[in-house]
Design a protein around this ligand. Structure first.
Ligand SMILES: [Zn+2]
Ligand SMILES: [Zn+2]
Length: 249
């Protein structure tokens, strides 16, 4: 960035600052919805798991590593029959073993089933908290790395939150549009919003043109007004109002 005052005096730099704020407003507007949906997702998974057990029992003892075969692709970084796993299954406590209550293994399977590519991000999620913290289930749908320490939706960045909505099939009927419909179709609103977040945060010149700024605000407002659920969400409505106000500044 040239200098700080340029953010306020040069139009395109002011635009970039507005775009940055717009992404923050959108994140705040979508958090409550995502948190509620994570709670619903967790409840629906445990309902299935417990209804399939003869004598339902809670388990608080399984590490994520206990539930994964060794090696598991993209998780264990040593391959081959002679080598030992030095990432996920790195101690006696973290060797693969069945869940004593026959619960966590089933939760694991339900998480996989709901993943768009059957490929959850196990490194992000703590199985010991699956029953108590819905976001530990939600984090299995985030990008593969970098979210292990995040315990709440609020704590998670915009990219992570949007990824949850894109990767978890739970959202298929929570949005009015087809999520990420493939290369031959135009990108969906979630893809566009995710790209906006990345572009704004990684902009090396810290500038946004007027037409680009308009697209950013329109796209984010459009996502936050999605008719299926978000249009009825109080925080999302408030975010749309704030976006309009900021755009007029
Ligand atoms: Zn391993
Ligand atoms: Zn268990």
């Amino acid at each position: 960035m040239a200098n700080l005052s340029a953010v306020f005096s040069e139009k395109e730099r002011t635009n970039w600052l507005k775009a940055w704020l717009a992404v923050d407003i959108a994140k705040a507007g979508i958090e409550q919805f995502v948190e509620n949906e994570a709670i619903t997702l967790q409840a629906s998974i445990y309902k299935i798991v417990w209804s399939s057990s003869q004598a339902p029992a809670a388990c608080i003892g399984c590490h994520t590593a206990n539930l994964l075969k060794c090696p598991t692709k993209n998780v264990c970084n040593k391959w081959g029959s002679q080598s030992t796993c030095n990432s996920m299954h790195d101690s006696a406590l973290k060797q693969p073993r069945p869940c004593p209550a026959n619960v966590c293994n089933k939760v694991h399977d339900e998480i996989v089933k709901r993943h768009r590519f059957n490929n959850p991000s196990w490194k992000n999620t703590t199985a010991q908290q699956w029953a108590t913290n819905p976001w530990q289930v939600g984090k299995a749908y985030l990008p593969p790395d970098g979210y292990a320490g995040k315990t709440t939706v609020q704590d998670t960045d915009f990219n992570g939150i949007i990824s949850f909505m894109m990767n978890c099939k739970h959202f298929y009927n929570r949005l009015s549009f087809l999520i990420s419909p493939g290369n031959h179709n135009s990108p969906c609103l979630l893809t566009k919003a995710r790209d906006i977040g990345k572009t704004v945060r990684h902009s090396s010149h810290c500038k946004v043109t007027d037409p680009d700024l308009q697209v950013i605000f329109t796209t984010l407002a459009c996502l936050l007004s999605d008719p299926t659920c978000l249009a009825h969400d109080v925080a999302a409505k408030e975010a749309v109002r704030k976006l309009a106000e900021l755009y007029r500044q």
